[in-house]
Write a protein of this length. Structure first.
Length: 348
């Protein structure tokens, strides 16, 4: 594979992407690896950044006081610098603690909403220490199991209130909303990029509220992730990316990039290429998990393979027979355009 042109992309993954195989029906199938192991694994893969939940950065975060949290964040920053790995983003994990059982920013209980906002502000402080200005918000529990249990109109106000509190807490922070239409909730309040960018306009600092697209989440919303990429990038708001794959409308599978939908993956890469994704320092992150059946010896394959497939698709995007394709478009010969794409992907 020719690497020269593709070398402009930089890659990233999170510690949770070395998962142990647990699912709702069975326990782990691989041993847990230490943080240091994961850090050197990323280096070995040639990835340049790691993404963090707040409690990936500072484990047991809720049992520690603010001074201790910042001290540990500083220690982590030193370790990352030592390895030459950047922190891409920090995301508050607002779906695990008992306080977030009925939602975080949209909980019906004021005390729990306060917990969510305070924890988000702390995550912003951690991001500052780790040297990133990006806070990612996967709004996991901002929705409901039962529509009548929450007032969805009021929830929009509550979300804006929370975003404003974060924006005011640190004037440098940028918020990247990672929409997902379902799972764990029945329906989420911000299911698509359109929703994320629309709510940005209601905040006090719309220019600091953007988004992160995850391929699987877009597919779960019944959308084509490449259209989501073009839409977000038309607004200059695609600040991070979780490439992976998803076979239809089921639980969030986080499969290796292109594993189920090669052509959809190809079109995502084409969208990234035509919009110049990465030119402002954005990373290509893979939010992928090993299959439950993956053996410990193959712990890194889902990441290595996703990156290699991505780079192969970059080459495919760059060698796409544009002139021939445009002639078919001009002739409205979409029948043969379809075949041209298939043959190109098949290497024919
Ligand atoms: C879950 C999300 C999660 C975020 C980070 O569906 O993809 O992994 O990317 O909180
Ligand atoms: Mg994700």
């Amino acid at each position: 594979m020719a690497k020269s042109k593709a070398s402009t992309y930089r890659f990233c993954a999170g510690p949770w992407n070395f998962s142990e195989g647990r699912d709702p029906y069975g326990p782990e199938t691989r041993p847990a690896q230490s943080f240091d192991w994961k850090l050197s694994a990323l280096k070995e893969l040639g990835f340049e950044a790691m993404m963090f939940h707040d409690d990936d950065a500072v484990p047991d975060i809720d049992s520690k006081n603010p001074a201790q949290v910042l001290k540990e964040a500083k220690e982590l920053k030193k370790r990352l610098d030592g390895e030459g790995i950047a922190a891409e983003m920090v995301a508050p994990r607002l779906w695990f603690h008992p306080s977030t059982v009925d939602g975080a920013y949209t909980s019906n209980d004021k005390k729990q909403r306060r917990y969510a906002i305070d924890r988000s502000k702390q995550a912003i402080d951690i991001a500052g220490v780790l040297g990133t200005d990006l806070l990612v918000l996967w709004l996991a529990r901002e929705g409901s199991y039962l529509r009548e249990s929450k007032d969805a109109r009021r929830c929009v106000d509550l979300l804006v209130e929370a975003l404003d509190a974060m924006l005011a807490h640190d004037r440098r922070i940028r918020l990247a909303i990672e929409p997902k239409p379902n799972e764990p909730m029945d329906h989420a309040y911000l299911p698509t990029i359109g929703h994320a960018l629309a709510i940005a306009q209601l905040t006090d600092a719309p220019s600091r509220v953007g988004c992160l697209i995850e391929s699987a989440h877009a597919i779960l919303a019944g959308l084509d992730p490449s259209d989501e990429i073009d839409f977000a990038m038309a607004f200059g708001k695609l600040w991070s990316l979780h490439l992976n794959d998803q076979n239809g409308l089921k639980f969030d599978q986080d499969k290796p990039f292109a594993s189920s939908n090669l052509r959809v993956a190809f079109n995502q890469v084409r969208a990234l290429e035509r919009n110049g994704y990465g030119r402002n320092g954005e990373y290509v992150c893979f939010d992928v998990h090993p299959f439950r059946t993956t053996r410990p010896e193959h712990y890194l394959k889902h990441l290595a393979n996703s990156r290699d497939t991505f780079l192969a698709l970059v080459e495919k995007a760059r060698s796409y027979p544009e002139k021939e394709a445009q002639a078919l478009v001009a002739d409205r010969n979409y029948q043969d355009l379809d075949l041209l794409v298939l043959r190109h992907l098949l290497g024919m």
